[in-house]
Design a binder for this molecule. Sequence first.
Ligand SMILES: NC(=O)c1ccc[n+]([C@@H]2O[C@H](COP(=O)([O-])OP(=O)(O)OC[C@H]3O[C@@H](n4cnc5c(N)ncnc54)[C@H](OP(=O)(O)O)[C@@H]3O)[C@@H](O)[C@H]2O)c1
Length: 266
Amino acid sequence: MSISKLFDISGKTALVTGGSRGIGLMIARGFVEAGVKTYISSRKAEACEQAAAELNKIGTCIPLAHDLGNMAEVKKLADEVKAREKRLDILINNAGAAWAEPIDKYSESGWDKLMNVNLKAIFFLTQALLPPLRAAAKEGDPARIVNIGSIDGLLAPSLESYAYSASKAAVHHLTRNLAKHLAKDNITVNAIAPGPFETKMLAPVLAANRKLVEGGVPLGRIGQDDDMVGAAIFYCSKASSYVTGTVLPVDGGISGTPYTSTTFSL
Ligand SMILES: NC(=O)c1ccc[n+]([C@@H]2O[C@H](COP(=O)([O-])OP(=O)(O)OC[C@H]3O[C@@H](n4cnc5c(N)ncnc54)[C@H](OP(=O)(O)O)[C@@H]3O)[C@@H](O)[C@H]2O)c1
């Protein structure tokens, strides 16, 4: 197969949750540019519509606003997708929230809110969308689920973000468990574990600690749109048809070389 065919995802249909901004919008833009009919979702209808209007100048993007912290809304999002599409080739479970608080004050409601959107919603949205994913799955070109985890689910983070890091470690393991059981349906399930990317979520961290964050990345920079798009397209193209149950750190080397920040010589 030619190299361009190997990475060709044109003609597919995708849903990117949290596609209104940040990493989700990076992936959605990459998909739309690559000829994928792309649904995006987020809580705020206006932000979702604005992002879709922008992407519709390049290709096809449909906004669907739903709060994935709420199970009834998770189901509604899946129902809306299923009402419009018999087949769904790609599901990107990206929507997520972050929050940190000192351990002595860490609240139960905050813990539950994070676990609901970062973890529970991924499982139940995936479950509800299995019929159109199964319908799209082909031998040699499976349907794809890509979960967005985090390097905070691989390494203990600097911030006191207990529920966040635990939810992301759970996302990585859920990815492996889903991969094992959905392989028979020709659906691959993989995760991307991003390092630092310039988004609203990371803005307060970068405002206070940019030099420290950049200094902790072996490649010496914050992640850029193409870094994320490249990984997402790999996981959704024929190039990765034989890859499932993996977690790909897209982090400039942070998790692969954890001693970098303490490098010394004799
Ligand atoms: N940025 C980084 O450096 C970094 C690093 C590691 C992992 N990640 C992960 O990457 C993913 C995207 O993060 P980001 O940095 O792009 O964050 P972001 O800029 O804050 O974007 C989050 C997206 O998720 C949506 N969202 C949040 N809560 C939601 C809910 N309850 N229901 C539906 N949609 C919701 C947001 O839209 P609304 O506000 O309109 O709902 C937005 O579209 C997250 O899973 C995050 O944990 C990010």
